[in-house]
Design a binder for this molecule. Structure first.
Ligand SMILES: C[S@@+](CC[C@H](N)C(=O)[O-])C[C@H]1O[C@@H](n2cnc3c(N)ncnc32)[C@H](O)[C@@H]1O
Length: 215
């Protein structure tokens, strides 16, 4: 099963930037606790890739707290347009699909924040991992914010193991792929990534995790 295009059309192109900002606020993500926990790993990075940057939530923090050149890619045109309002000589914004676009650069850090990895099914996670291994430098890291708790508005799908159907967001709907960590790890490691460590943080009263992988 593939979910990435479906989520793009039925979820991210239906939700407005203001809807997403409200959801980020209610999850405590507007205060960027995810980036604060990543800070020691990001400080010395030179080239950071923000995969699925959305409306650009993480970008002001990255520009302010790191010295890196930031490349941010976003598939949904409505969210990309909002991110475009951020202008900086260290920032390059790309509107496109990470799985299909060629970005001829290497990165010492790639970010998939706010559970963005859940927009990719098992087949798509393998594509994601295969691609990222070709883009990371030898000392590069991939930081994956993961969804452990059952998300609000999500129903378990009867047909697909580990797949949740997200409803209750007005006309927007989508799928969340949430395998147990060991399964996610196997998918990523089968394409050449290696698990390194887990970081813990709290957002809006909920305990959250970020997994760090390297090549
Ligand atoms: C849960 S949001 C996270 C937004 C952002 N990373 C943040 O932390 O605020 C996931 C984002 O990834 C984008 N996305 C999903 N699949 C993508 C793909 N294949 N290529 C580029 N962006 C993608 C979605 O459009 C959405 O904006």
């Amino acid at each position: 099963m593939k979910i990435n295009d479906m989520n793009s059309e039925k979820l991210y192109q239906v939700l407005t930037v203001s809807d997403l900002k409200k959801i980020a606020q209610s999850a405590g993500l507007h205060l960027t606790p995810d980036l604060e926990v990543l800070k020691p790993l990001l400080l010395e990075k030179q080239h950071i890739l923000d995969i699925g940057c959305g409306y650009g939530r993480a970008l002001p923090w990255l520009l302010q707290h790191t010295k890196a050149h930031i490349t941010a890619i976003e598939k949904a045109p409505n969210l990309f347009r909002s991110a475009l309002s951020l202008q900086d000589s260290r920032l390059e914004l790309i509107n496109g699909d990470f799985l299909h676009i060629n970005i001829p650069k290497s990165f010492d850090c790639a970010l998939s924040l706010w559970t963005g990895i859940a927009d990719f099914s098992s087949v798509e996670i393998k594509q994601f991992a295969k691609k990222i291994t070709t883009m990371l430098t030898q000392d590069g890291i991939l930081c994956i914010d993961y969804i452990e708790a059952m998300p609000k508005n999500a129903l378990r799908s009867d047909q697909h193991e580990d797949m949740l159907h997200v409803t209750g967001l007005g006309k927007a709907e989508g799928y969340v792929y949430r395998p147990p960590f060991d399964k996610l790890r196997n998918l990523l490691e089968s394409e050449g990534l290696q698990y390194k460590e887990t970081l813990h943080y709290n957002a809006g009263g909920s305990d959250k995790v970020i997994y760090i992988f390297c090549i």
